[in-house]
Design a protein around this ligand. Structure first.
Ligand code: NAP
Length: 298
């Protein structure tokens, strides 16, 4: 990917959270990746809500592609902090696009969105289906999509319920909560909500492969099968050898305040047509188990 120019990086990875960390660890040896974000340990400090900082960092990194995983992704947090959600999820990408257009419009922008842009009435959504977001997080992400589309060369990758393992410091996901609760004999409450659980290793690989293939536009990047939260919890229990009788299906989970789409599962036909493969849920969960065992986490 590298053009070989002085100070030229292949990728500016903005946000080294759950997915960003995986992209970095899988590809930092193959590509010249610079990282930017609001926490320590990045090559550049960057708060994407600040337009001047966006331009300064992009100028310094001089990348061929920007992989923008930075986001406020807590659905209930966003519902309570609407202004902050729109600042990061919508104004953030707008600032990045403006900086790209000013510095070098040829830079490719990869923005990550969500299955929550759909209202969940239909399920199995493809890229031509009309979004109709229900909550603040979803609305802010759709606005982020619209801003990202203003880049000359953009990829919008819609993901769904990420799971996987980087390190014990990973943020709490639904899947990690299932493993932790069942391991200590605690109940798991699971709603009937249907999504397409997505293995972060596959999401990370699909991201880089789509860049390598010079694809652009919107792609659904998700697991190959739809699961209700309850069915997913039982699948995780099976893969990790845990007691599924502690899983309780409920109408709504206590503490969830943001509206959730009933069935926001994603159709990944367009992605598969590019030749990119996604592991089955069984393969992915067993790989995740292996990774956690290797690190001594379970
Ligand atoms: N997690 C899911 O289940 C899921 C499902 C569908 C779609 N998605 C989408 O996938 C993408 C990645 O999700 P994720 O789970 O990896 O998110 P995450 O773990 O919450 O990471 C997001 C990162 O954003 C960075 N960040 C937050 N505010 C920032 C700001 N103002 N300026 C710069 N960086 C900022 C932080 O990076 P640093 O702390 O490293 O600086 C944080 O670690 C997001 O766009 C999300 O909407 C996620």
């Amino acid at each position: 990917m590298n053009g070989g120019g002085k100070n030229l990086s292949d990728i500016l990875l903005v946000g080294k959270g759950f997915l960003g960390q995986k992209i970095y660890s899988l590809y930092c040896n193959d590509y010249k990746i610079k990282t930017a974000g609001i926490t320590e340990g990045n090559d550049f400090f960057l708060d994407i809500t600040n337009p001047e900082q966006c331009l300064k960092v992009i100028r310094k990194a001089n990348p061929l592609a920007i992989v923008l995983t930075a986001s406020l992704s807590g659905v209930d947090y966003c519902e309570k902090h609407s202004r902050e959600a729109f600042a990061v999820n919508a104004v953030g990408p707008k600032n990045i696009v403006n900086a790209v257009r000013e510095f070098n419009p040829a830079i490719k922008l990869v923005f990550f969105s969500t299955d929550y842009v759909f209202d969940g009435q239909k399920g199995n959504y493809d890229e031509n289906d009309m979004p109709n977001p229900l909550g603040v997080y979803a609305k802010s992400k759709l606005k982020g999509e619209r801003e990202s589309m203003k880049a000359d060369d953009f990829l919008i990758l819609r993901l769904s319920t990420l799971y996987g393992f980087n390190s014990p410091k990973d943020k709490q996901t639904f899947t990690r909560m299932i493993i932790e609760n069942l391991s200590i004999g605690e109940k798991v409450f699971a709603s009937k909500q249907i999504t397409s659980p997505t293995f972060i290793d596959d999401a990370a690989k699909a991201t880089i492969k789509l860049i390598e293939k010079k694809e652009c536009g919107i792609f659904h990047v998700a697991g190959p099968k739809a699961f209700s939260r309850g069915d997913w919890a039982r699948k995780v229990a099976w893969a990790f050898g845990l007691n599924e009788s502690l899983i309780e299906e409920v109408e709504s989970v206590p503490g969830q305040i943001a509206p959730r789409p009933k069935n926001s599962s994603l159709n990944i036909g367009k992605l598969l047509e590019t030749g990119i493969k996604m592991h089955s849920s069984t393969e992915s969960l067993l790989l995740m188990k292996e990774q956690m065992e290797k690190e001594g986490v379970i």
